[in-house]
Design a protein around this ligand. Structure first.
Ligand SMILES: [Ca+2]
Ligand SMILES: [Ca+2]
Ligand SMILES: [Ca+2]
Length: 577
């Protein structure tokens, strides 16, 4: 069954969203690298730990700053691990201990973060700065403490992992094209193409793209090239296509940007995500496309060139994966009856809604704790004088005839990755549309329009389908009725509005798993998504939203069978990382 999550863009903000993207790339030139020297590969990479003392978090051990540190709980069996992002050959590890060091510990590597191989172990660690020559290959590297030297825990100012191969081992490549301006046969700059200049293919932003121009550019051939800044050994090219992809194309390299050598060629390009293992040397890399897949031109969300050498600009570190054992947000809604939702956590969004909805959201007049441990968002049949809504079929009026509530955590709580869970009893009957969902914080931070921000719908319910809820992802390449989602129906035809149910998502860098009452209802594998639907746009901060909409494109308007008021009750909302 196809997902039917619907765009939920708040109308009033669409105007603001039309303003161009505000963020700018902050670029710093990487220091030149000695040819065969050890290369630090851990800095800024996602780091997690078995435990954390107060503010001394795992990322502080890989931030390159010796004044910050990670510190564990005060027990022997504790660890810190770094995700290098790809399988990497490890030649050296430097442990820069704080006074709380390990006498006994193991250094371990892993391909999957679960099965570990020991590459070094000791029971007589001296503390201070230990520089260890090791040999092993893995994506994950871990310091696993087995015996503390002090009554305190384990504490590292820095945990540094080096390759010593000079960049010849598989997986020991870096993103060479990041932050480069690029050039192209043509590019599109108009109201229908948002920021489609060549550099958008080299910004490691999966929600921005390059496209050829409709004015003379929707022809064959078309091309896009990048100047890496210095000669490089190129071993991998990753293409993330828009639907306007190339069926036939060449990947070419050049030292001077004029004379090109073909290092890859196909006439059966598949679109979506193509990862090409190549071998070539040059300062310039070009995609030269000779046959379009359709009537439009060529468009790429990302054109990534990986290898060694060149003049790479370090891309900002990606967030660390969660371990789901640290509660970072919780509201049990235990306030007295009639009290407003906690203003330290929830912000009311007021006014009319998107999607041709009929409600007017009030400033917490329709949101209150019930004194029994729940927050209630109540939809009422109640006119808001002076407001404007689509025509209400029951009254014929274009003055909003319903009030309700929409709350979000923007500015109070935003996060990347985690386990998000709420226990909710939805409202029912025709025309009601309760939801628990998340929107990318760049929507507000950067004025980035929906759906470029990404949207994660953990639960949507429409009154006309009492037995079913939906979980859906929306992104530039899949949104609205084409969102990436799945329904879940209660056993025995039960009505979701009759009882509380838990709705949850586990979200990390590799995908998402949605659950209703503990049953897996929708699994998103990032690689599969990228290879079948389009870019994954979920590596940045999101905020939570609870709302109880009335009417709109998906549920349709209330009719003669609809009874008001209608309550959406939320027992709790929690997030673990
Ligand atoms: Ca540090
Ligand atoms: Ca991009
Ligand atoms: Ca509660």
């Amino acid at each position: 069954m196809e997902a039917r999550g619907t765009p939920r863009l708040r109308g009033a903000l669409a105007v603001m969203a039309a303003v161009a993207l505000l963020f700018t790339l902050s670029v710093a030139l990487a220091p030149e690298r000695a040819a065969a020297a050890a290369r630090l590969v851990s800095q800024g990479k996602p780091a997690t730990a078995s435990s954390t003392e107060a503010l001394f978090t795992a990322p502080s051990a890989v931030d390159g700053d010796t004044s910050t540190r990670w510190s564990s709980a005060f027990t022997d069996d504790e660890w810190i691990r770094v995700d290098l992002g790809a399988s990497t050959s490890i030649g050296q590890v430097v442990l820069n201990w704080e006074a709380a060091y390990a006498k006994g510990y193991r250094l371990e590597v892993s391909d999957n973060g679960t099965d570990w191989r020991t590459i070094h172990s000791t029971t007589t660690g001296p503390g201070g700065v230990e520089t260890l020559t090791v040999s092993g290959t893995g994506r994950y590297v871990r310091m696993h403490g087995t015996e503390r030297a002090t009554p305190w825990g384990y504490s590292l100012h820095e945990f540094q992992i080096y390759t010593t191969t000079g960049g010849t081992a598989p997986g020991d490549d870096v993103l060479l094209s990041y932050g480069k301006t690029g050039s192209a046969s043509t590019s599109q700059h108009d109201g229908t193409c948002w920021e489609c200049s060549p550099e958008k293919a080299f910004d490691r932003d999966p929600a921005s793209r390059w496209a050829t121009s409709p004015e003379g550019g929707w022809t064959d051939p078309g091309w896009i090239a990048v100047d890496l800044g210095a000669r490089a050994e190129i071993d991998r090219v990753v293409l993330q296509w828009d639907p306007a992809y190339a069926r036939a194309y060449r990947i070419e390299v050049s030292d001077n940007g004029t004379d090109w050598t073909v290092i890859h060629e196909t006439t059966t390009g598949t679109g979506f995500k193509e990862t090409l293992n190549v071998s070539g040397t040059g300062r310039h890399v070009r995609l030269y496309a000779t046959q379009r897949s359709g009537e439009y031109g060529y468009s790429l969300w990302e054109f990534q060139v990986w290898g060694t050498g060149g003049a790479p600009v370090p891309a900002p570190p990606l967030p660390a994966d969660p371990t789901y054992d640290r509660l970072v947000f919780s509201d049990e809604f235990n306030g007295p009856a009639g009290t407003a939702p906690d203003p330290a956590k929830w912000v009311p969004e007021t006014g009319t809604g998107p999607n041709n909805e009929l409600e007017y959201y009030t400033n917490n007049k329709n949101a209150a704790q019930d004194g029994n441990g729940s927050l209630v968002l109540e939809a009422r049949r109640e006119e808001t004088p002076g407001s404007a809504c689509p025509p209400d079929p029951l009254s014929g009026s274009t003055t909003c005839q319903y009030t309700s509530a929409r709350l979000n955590t923007y500015g109070k709580f935003q996060f990347t990755y985690g386990r998000v869970e709420a226990r909710i009893k939805v409202s029912g009957t025709q025309g009601l549309w309760p939801a628990f969902w998340m929107l990318g914080a760049d929507y507000f931070d950067q004025g980035r329009p929906w759906p470029y921000t990404g949207e994660i719908d953990i639960m949507e319910h429409v009154g006309k389908e009492p037995n079913t809820t939906y979980s859906t992802l929306h992104a530039p390449a899949y949104n609205g009725a084409a969102g990436y989602g799945a329904p879940y129906s209660l056993p025995g035809g039960a009505n979701f509005a009759d009882d509380f149910h838990t709705f949850a998502v586990d979200w990390n860098s590799e995908g998402m798993t949605f659950r209703v009452d503990g049953n897996v209802t929708h699994t998103v594998d990032r690689e599969e998504l990228e290879s079948t639907r389009g870019p994954w746009v979920f590596d940045h901060d999101f905020f939570l939203i609870l709302n109880n909409a009335v009417g709109g494109d998906w549920p349709g308007p209330p009719d003669a069978t609809t009874r008001f008021p209608q309550k959406m009750s939320i027992d709790y909302v929690k997030v673990w990382q």
